[in-house]
Design a protein around this ligand. Structure first.
Ligand SMILES: Nc1ncnc2c1ncn2[C@@H]1O[C@H](COP(=O)(O)OP(=O)(O)OP(=O)(O)O)[C@@H](O)[C@H]1O
Ligand SMILES: [Mg+2]
Length: 256
């Protein structure tokens, strides 16, 4: 069975892409067949896994506009054993070009039907908005959403709007949608604030917050500029250990 998760938060810079890249890498290291899907025009997941977003013949833009098939867009990142449906900046146009298109919310879901059974996990990296690209990801997410939340002031702000969007998509587009879990990111153990934010989010989403907390770790922010997941760039760093343990927690939860 293929588990498709959308990694979503309309707030920018909370750790969506970092989580997608590193969960993908550790899932692959755990022997899972992984597909990483980038539907963010910033294409940070694409470059962070070592692909050049400016040299792509095809991207998820072509997929959403039905101008290419999954196999035509697919890149195999052999080094990390992660397959990728990459994005490029052209994707920014898709949001506008699809406005009047038939089945515009279902484009990604339809495209992913073509990979049925080939992967254990599909992780979709979303842009920081609740526009059509994110809605496509939510509609395709057969096993729910994973929400990274940065351990900072006003972390909860925006989460009720996100929850509403998730409920609307569940009602009208994807009845299987639910919140699989929240990842607390960029935790700073030296501050009370980080601890308070985790407590607050746990209160607000009882039972939904992953036990593994991702610390603020400079290695995690350096790795993307080398096009490497943390498992390769700094495998013994606190950030690497956190994502490794988080991956195990995700797998365990999925099996039970
Ligand atoms: N745990 C962490 N420790 C330190 N830096 C981090 C951590 N997680 C992410 N970062 C850095 O913070 C920035 C934002 O992270 P990331 O790109 O993953 O967020 P995002 O939610 O995908 O952002 P966007 O909304 O723009 O797509 C990046 O520079 C990233 O390298
Ligand atoms: Mg991102």
């Amino acid at each position: 069975m293929t588990r498709i998760y959308a990694i979503v938060n309309q707030k920018g810079g909370v750790g969506k892409t970092t989580s997608v890249i590193n969960l993908s890498a550790y899932l692959a290291l755990s022997g899972r067949r992984v597909l990483m899907v980038d539907v963010d025009p910033q294409a940070n997941a694409t470059s962070g896994i070592g692909l050049n977003k400016y040299e792509l013949a095809r991207s998820t833009y072509d997929l959403l506009l039905e101008e290419a098939t999954v196999d035509e867009v697919l890149q195999c990142q052999q080094e990390y054993k992660v397959d990728v449906l990459p994005a490029n900046p052209a994707l920014a146009g898709a949001e506008v070009e699809l406005v009047n298109a038939i089945g515009r919310e279902y484009r990604l879901q339809k495209a992913l039907e073509g990979i049925n059974g080939r992967y254990d996990y599909v992780l979709i990296d979303c842009p920081p908005s609740l526009g059509l690209l994110t809605v496509n990801a939510l509609t395709a997410a057969s096993h729910g959403v994973i929400i990274p939340v940065q351990c900072e002031y006003l972390a909860l702000e925006g989460l009720s709007q996100l929850t509403q969007t998730i409920e609307l998509v569940q009602k009208y587009l994807n009845p299987q949608l639910f919140v699989r879990g929240l990842i607390m990111t960029m935790y700073d153990s030296r501050t009370n604030l980080s601890r308070q934010v985790v407590e607050e989010v746990r209160r607000y989403f009882p039972g939904k917050v992953f036990r593994t907390i991702v610390p603020r770790n400079i290695r995690l922010s350096e790795a993307p500029s080398y096009g490497q997941p943390i498992s390769v760039y700094a495998p013994h760093s606190p950030g690497a250990i956190a994502y490794k343990v988080l991956t195990a927690e995700l797998i365990r939860g999925d099996q039970s």
